[in-house]
Design a protein around this ligand. Sequence first.
Ligand code: ZN
Length: 279
Amino acid sequence: MRLYISSDMEGVAGVVHEDQTNPVDPGCAAEYQRFRRLMTREVNAAIEGAVAGGATSILVNDSHWSMRNLLSEELHPAAELLSGGPKTWSMMEGIETGWDLAACLGYHAKAGTSPAVLDHTYADVVADVRLNGRSVGELGLNAALAASFGVPVAVVSGDQALAAEAQALLGDRVRTVVVKQAASRQAARSLAPEVACARIREAVRLAVGDAAGGSTPPLFRPDTPILLEVDLQSTSHADQAGMMPGIERSGPRSLSFRHTDYPDAFRAFRTIFNLAGLG
Ligand code: ZN
């Protein structure tokens, strides 16, 4: 069994504030250094579970902000680490190289969810994203990309809002690990890191075992042609990103893009939010 891990940070046990996940502001350094270690521990717990379940190949893609958060010197030796950016497939870089199942760890709910710790969808400029009319966040966008390469998302970890989003999107067979209960955007009641790690370890062990037995959650594959719609926070964001060829201005703050191929729609989304950030 080959396991792919996408590792974000906002959904790690204990994380409730952006100061804890901010790798660039020197004022956040003390908090950030603590929480990147907790992020690394949760990833290592997943790797331990995968090994116990019979995984033979494991790749971890660092998926948060600068994508240079996980402590490589502390990485479990059974896995390889894909670190840094930019990466064409961003939070799912490497998924295209062939995997039996994927785990999305430390994930968070989509922009506009409440209560949910640090809800957002890739960038602050993004208010909502829809695939064929269905609102999705990072989990949905990334699960659809994994599905394009034939890989089901079988395990997710994060807060209760992320778990609910995962079940609505991927069905009951996705294993969800709730490491904290959000009280607001910047408050949560969290498991102790050690307990969170134990639950992640067990969920991944079981998911790898399920996959070895031929049971995985269904692929989240949007019907083609794909209609990607992006609502931005302001008209100036839409002015900037709307200049991209092939983009339609579907509203004052909204852009849409149609394509037959999901990976290209995903790349269009990445380009939209990067351009919008200039607006
Ligand atoms: Zn993140």
